[in-house]
Design a protein around this ligand. Structure first.
Ligand SMILES: [Zn+2]
Length: 359
């Protein structure tokens, strides 16, 4: 329905990626994309030991042949110290761009560093395990704690589906689960809009939800080592990223299920992957909303993502602690968890949905 409330006519800023290139063996096109984006001179390329071999060396070589000199920096973890090293190198070389080549960590470090030193960021994902390959937020370890912080959204995304299809299927399934989690994120956003008068973008919500529905409807076609599956997931992650860009926040793709995952990152002995935890969180949150949680669970199972504590490699107690404390993670972001779910209710929800064992 058209919103005629005049008080909502305030300016709303949206920053979208300018170049998206998804396809087979597209790394050769890196110089062409850089040229279109008017980027030349010096670049800092962030990778890790593995992604250097997978794509980093190749990107540095093809870019170098066309006049964009890449200063490569290998990182070990996604932490503040690593980001500082990247920023120091970028300043030292007067870099015009920071390129992140990787699944998670190099992308997080690159986009955070680019944000801090106000340079463009280019994302070259080697796996499709979460929508961070397109979003303006980074997940970094700061003082021993994993935190989701503001970062630079990519000016360009270059995704080689050939490379991505060769990554472990667990990563791709985790990316699918991150997309499916939009289901509960949107329900949470609608709830916050109704109860707290929070800004709500119908356009952003529609893109986010349609993307999640397409993923669930096509879940059975997501297969290991199949390039068409990798392409489908990358496009879905990009759509999710664009919905966040339109909303100007991560709201369309991050609700109570993400708070649950962030809690697990902090309290679990051995956390699972971000998307995997968000997927299980979506089962729980969708149940709490009175939504079709069984459909969510079926889709997660079809793509090969975990659907319970055992699948995540987590203890039942860790699931319950995360569920009962998730509302404290980002209190200003109102969700179905409200001011918290009590322990008995949490066990009940987790048992009914099969997330924890019922005995
Ligand atoms: Zn996510």
């Amino acid at each position: 329905m058209l919103d005629l409330d005049e008080t909502k006519n305030r300016p709303h800023y949206t920053e979208l990626p300018r170049a998206l290139l998804v396809g087979h063996d597209v790394l050769d096109e890196v110089p062409g994309v850089m040229k279109k984006l008017n980027i030349s001179g010096e670049a800092v390329l962030v990778c890790d030991e593995m992604t250097k071999k997978l794509a980093g060396n190749k990107v540095a070589q093809v870019a170098g042949d066309h006049g964009l000199r890449c200063h490569m920096i290998e990182i070990v973890e996604a932490g503040g110290d690593e980001a500082q090293r990247v920023m120091d190198l970028a300043k030292d070389k007067s870099a015009n761009v920071v390129i992140g080549v990787g699944g998670g960590r190099p992308i997080d470090v690159a986009k955070y560093s680019a944000y801090e030193i106000e340079t463009p960021f280019i994302s070259i994902p080697t796996a499709a395990s979460h929508d961070g390959i397109v979003s303006g937020r980074a997940s970094l370890h700061i003082k021993g704690q994993k935190k989701s912080i503001a970062a630079r959204a990519p000016l360009g995304v270059i995704a080689d589906t050939h490379i991505i299809s060769k990554s472990p299927h667990r990563l791709l399934a985790s990316g699918c689960a991150d997309v499916i989690s939009n289901v509960s994120a949107i329900m949470d956003w609608e709830l916050a809009h109704r109860l707290k008068n929070e800004y709500f973008s119908h356009y952003a919500a529609t893109i986010s939800l349609t993307t999640a529905k397409m993923m669930m409807e096509n879940a059975h076609y997501i297969r290991p080592m199949l390039e068409a599956s990798a392409r489908f997931v990358v496009k879905a992650l990009i759509s999710s990223g664009i919905s966040m860009a339109i909303a100007g926040s991560s709201r369309p793709a991050s609700g109570s299920e993400h708070a649950f995952s962030h809690c697990l990152d902090q309290l679990a002995e051995k956390p699972a992957l971000h998307g995997e935890q968000c997927g299980v969180g979506t089962i729980l949150a969708t149940y709490l909303h009175g939504g079709d949680w069984e459909n969510v669970r079926e889709a997660l199972s079809a793509v090969g993502a975990p659907i319970d504590a055992r699948g995540l490699g987590l203890k039942n107690e860790e699931i319950i602690r995360a569920l009962t404390t998730a509302h404290t993670i980002r209190p200003e972001r109102y969700t179905i968890l409200g001011d918290g779910i009590d322990t008995e209710a949490a066990w009940e929800v987790a048992k009914i949905t099969g997330v924890v064992d019922s005995e």
